[in-house]
Design a protein around this ligand. Structure first.
Ligand SMILES: NC(=O)c1ccc[n+]([C@@H]2O[C@H](COP(=O)([O-])OP(=O)(O)OC[C@H]3O[C@@H](n4cnc5c(N)ncnc54)[C@H](OP(=O)(O)O)[C@@H]3O)[C@@H](O)[C@H]2O)c1
Length: 311
């Protein structure tokens, strides 16, 4: 395909396919772990513009309304967010930041998308649920977050749903436990598997939580599934997208060390043995009842471990 990825002086990355150019797409959080994959996956056949913190502050309403209207995308994908679950739990300043990014940001984007007739795709989390339903959560289940991060994401969801009745075209994608090539900013966090690999290289044994279950999600797979959502003409609404195979952190670490041939012993522990300010849901498994299932996380993990792209 004739897709080209070009940087320019302002750091904005423009991806254009000269042969097709089906849709003009704006991706926010384009340098984040999911944003980078979205940039790649949506490039083919579309004109894609990627903005990150250097190009826009999604918490600045006036800026969002003005800049997005100037560009007039047909599709806006928001992968920018505040994700520091523990940091915002016991620090009020951080919580204010989380609310700005996770509630105000999507609200402003929904406003401008409604005004210019663009479709909005926004991501949320399994942490909007309390984890007490032991059969997993379908898209219509009612959120009841138990920590501040989950609350901020839930209120962000509500800001989008509120404009649905006024004609906003929207997809809300809940996902969990992302892993994949790291985001490009200096503040980008290492994912669980990277942390475990590092520990596995340096320690004879590691202790890993075994009483919290959910699903891992490989960012390239999530980006592809997001494209399928758009190209497949699926109806607007809430979607649960993760790799298949619910597991605990402990079970995933065992799988990782087996695949990576690391001999470090993995010891299961209870979550309350770790000092973490934010409460975690025990069984926050998202059930996808609307799209074809994504492959299992073990397959995706194998690809991640052996891919040539830097972690
Ligand atoms: N990570 C997970 O395990 C997980 C689990 C469930 C759901 N999700 C959701 O999935 C989505 C993608 O998450 P991710 O892990 O890919 O996020 P990420 O790697 O943290 O990327 C977010 C990007 O947004 C940028 N950003 C931060 N503040 C901004 C602002 N005010 N204006 C514009 N851009 C800003 C960040 O820049 P800086 O790095 O410079 O701050 C970063 O490049 C989010 O909605 C998240 O809540 C993630």
């Amino acid at each position: 395909m004739d897709s080209r990825l070009r940087g320019n002086d302002s750091g904005v990355v423009v991806v254009r396919n000269d042969n097709h150019g089906n849709m003009k797409i704006l991706i926010l959080g384009a340098k984040g772990s999911l944003g980078r994959q979205l940039m790649k996956v949506f490039a083919e056949g579309n004109e894609v513009l990627g903005w990150d913190r250097g190009e826009i502050d999604i918490t600045d309403r006036e800026l969002i309304l003005r800049k997005v209207e100037e560009v007039k995308p047909e599709l806006v994908i928001n992968a920018a967010a505040y994700n520091a679950v523990d940091k915002c739990e016991d620090n009020d300043e951080e919580y204010e930041l989380a609310k700005k990014l996770n509630i105000d940001g999507p609200k402003f984007l929904a406003e401008i998308c409604l005004k210019i007739g663009a479709t909005l795709i926004h991501y949320s989390t399994n942490y909007v649920f309390n984890g007490e339903k032991d059969s997993g959560y379908v898209e219509t289940d009612e959120p009841k977050p138990i920590n501040r991060y989950g609350k901020s994401k839930f209120h962000g969801e509500k800001r989008i749903l509120e404009l649905s009745g006024q004609g906003l075209k929207w997809y809300l994608v809940r996902t969990s436990k992302l892993f994949g090539p790291r985001g490009q900013s200096e503040m980008a966090k290492a994912n669980f598997f990277d942390i475990m690999l590092e520990q596995g290289k340096n320690k004879a044994s590691v202790e890993v939580v075994d009483d919290e279950a959910s699903c891992f999600t490989y960012t390239p797979d999530l980006a592809k599934a997001t494209r399928e959502l758009v190209d497949g003409g699926y109806g607007y609404g809430i979607y649960h997208l993760t790799n298949s195979g619910a597991c605990t952190w402990y079970e995933a670490a065992v799988e990782l060390f087996k695949l990576a041939k690391i001999e470090t012993e993995v010891k299961p522990i209870a979550g309350d043995k770790l000092v973490r300010p934010a409460k975690r849901p025990k069984y926050a498994v998202l059930l996808n009842t609307k799209l074809p299932p994504l492959r299992n996380y073990q397959e995706a993990l194998k690809e991640y471990l052996y891919s040539k792209e830097p972690k």
